[in-house]
Design a protein around this ligand. Structure first.
Ligand code: NAD
Length: 517
């Protein structure tokens, strides 16, 4: 069966990325191991079939793991700065292919073209970061309590890293993990979201070419295709030293437990329920773009999307009117068209979840300020375009406590001191991103203090979404506790070893213990 290709240039885009979706109708990524049933990838932009991908069977998976474990032995022998050189080449290739890859991200996932390019830019940025880091995987020397002894700490590669990723960042999250894992000397096996399989095939094709050009085994980077059942091959496999899983809290609960049962390591990046606190001194010029982009950007499908605005009662009406006014300016439509602010949700299941959440908010006593709903007619044929909604709600509502991956923004009031707002902000199960809008130094510092926000990310006078790769990214509580990307997140991809070296002629024991013979 031939895949139907749309006419905006996707055929050319796929070809540039090495994906033959027209002729053989299936693509496995250049490691050619997958022989299972076929996943069809439909674009949420226009509902058309983009291409098909074969899933990975258990027998295919075993071959992938064979290739990966063999490749690890070659890769770990290569000095870290030389591994960095491969990542540098990969980053350069991404610079060349930013346009087609960004377009595919936008078309397969539904985010705006600018955000698609932005995602590829994040891949480039993490490559640059990793290249520098490849000369800084430093351990430390620790003073020994024994004479003639020295203690040292060093970092070794961990082995095969399994990456499970979500649909909403179909390429960047893989790159955050893999660029660091590679410079650390690990090899990676990636199971991308079954909702965005072609993005994964494109990435694999890009890195496979770099590895081939450098005479390196392709097992350094592998992909496996399919849904949670294929993910389970990795979570239950002792040969996978670290599972880095990005997705819902529901998924993380299962993955975390399964990996812990076999004493594997896991890095969990799960759901958020992010709030912005708006204090009396906050500036509307900062509040409105921060809150509106946070709530509707990527159609509310970012883990860091703004879900709640906690507004001081003295400025509540002013802020509410400004936000509601800004929503009237939003344009919804084909995300490849720059004039549109908002594209579609990923699929019709997501649309149903969004509709059900609005109904639940109403049933719990929410007051709808901006009506949601599904758009129909020309340009909206995929059935995935929805209107962003605003609901006045209470923090304790069950629906507010829950992450709905859609553009629904809950407005609520606080009164008195900023501590009351912080209590609300922290009063959810998730702990990913948070922000305060204030011009009062004391309020900002309280929010950032140990008694302030309990999230992995806490911002002042910017919104909750749009993190830079230089900082460690991740969150607490039901967000999973993992950190990836910048700062010292690289350490999770390595194993730490403590060495004690005796250069004296005696063997004194620690803690002054005597053992005379
Ligand atoms: P999802 O949990 O449905 O799927 C994520 C991935 O996990 C997919 O590849 C899926 O196949 C796999 N998976 C699901 N169950 C599994 C299992 N039992 N074993 C192994 N693999 C399994 O999430 P989604 O709908 O693709 O993405 C949206 C969610 O991801 C949101 O909750 C969002 O907040 C979260 N997210 C978090 C971050 C972060 O950094 N914290 C980043 C992006 C997305």
């Amino acid at each position: 069966m031939r895949a139907v290709i749309t006419d905006f240039g996707i055929e050319e885009t796929l070809k540039t990325l090495g994906i033959d979706a027209v002729n053989d109708g299936t693509s496995t990524g250049s490691n050619h191991f997958s022989n299972g049933e076929i996943i069809e990838s439909y674009s949420p932009v226009d509902g058309k079939l983009i291409g098909k991908v074969k899933t990975t069977t258990k027998a295919d998976y075993d071959k992938v793991m064979d290739a990966a474990t063999k490749a690890f032995k070659t890769w770990r022998d290569i000095p870290a700065p030389q591994r960095g050189e491969i990542v540098r080449q990969f980053g350069n290739k991404l610079r060349e292919l930013k346009e087609p890859l960004g377009k595919l991200v936008s078309y397969e996932m539904g985010k705006s073209l600018q955000e698609g390019y932005g995602e590829v830019q994040e891949m480039i940025d993490i490559c640059d970061f990793a290249v520098g880091l490849s000369r800084q995987l430093n351990g430390q020397t620790i003073p020994s309590e024994r004479p003639g002894h020295v203690m040292r700490e060093q970092w070794h590669p961990i082995g095969v890293v399994g990456i499970i990723s979500a649909f909403n960042f179909p390429v960047a999250v893989w790159a955050w993990n893999t660029a660091l894992a590679w410079i650390c000397g690990d090899v990676c096996v990636w199971k991308a979201s079954e909702k965005t399989p072609l993005c994964a095939v494109a990435c694999q094709n890009i890195i496979a070419e770099i590895l081939k050009d450098n005479n390196l085994p392709e097992g350094i980077s592998c992909i496996i295709n399919g849904d949670y059942r294929v993910g389970e091959f990795m979570t239950t496999d002792n040969k996978i030293a670290l599972v880095s899983a990005t997705g819902s809290t529901r998924m993380g609960r299962i993955v975390g437990k399964t990996v812990a049962e076999r004493f594997g390591k896991s890095l969990l990046e799960l759901g958020g329920n992010n709030a912005i606190i708006i204090t009396p001194s906050a500036d509307l010029k900062v509040i409105v773009p921060g809150a509106v982009f946070g709530a509707v950007g990527t159609c509310g499908q970012r883990c860091t999307s703004t879900r709640r605005l906690i507004i001081h009662d003295s400025v509540y009406n002013k802020v509410k009117d400004a936000i509601v006014g800004a929503y009237k300016q939003l344009t919804i439509g084909n995300p490849l068209d720059e004039k549109n602010h908002i594209g579609p949700l990923i699929d019709k299941d997501a649309v149903n979840t969004y509709l059900a959440a609005i109904e639940k908010a109403k049933a719990e006593g929410g007051n709808v300020l901006v009506e949601g709903g599904v758009l129909e007619g020309e340009g909206y044929e995929s059935g995935c375009y929805v209107k962003p909604a605003i609901v006045e709600a209470e923090n304790h509502f069950e629906i507010v406590q829950h992450e709905t991956f859609a553009p629904i923004l809950y407005l609520m009031k606080y009164s008195g001191d900023v501590e009351n707002a912080i209590e609300k902000q922290n009063g959810v199960a998730q702990g990913l991103s948070s922000a305060i809008m204030t011009n009062e130094l004391k309020e900002a510092e309280k929010f950032l203090s140990y008694a302030g926000s309990d999230c992995g990310i806490a911002n002042v006078n910017i919104g909750t979404s749009g993190a830079e790769i230089g900082g460690a990214f991740g969150g607490e509580k039901e967000t999973g506790g993992g950190r990836e990307s910048g700062s010292d997140a690289w350490k999770v991809y390595m194993r730490r070893q403590t060495n004690t070296i005796n250069y004296s002629d005696e063997l004194p024991l620690a803690q002054g213990i005597k053992f005379d013979l």
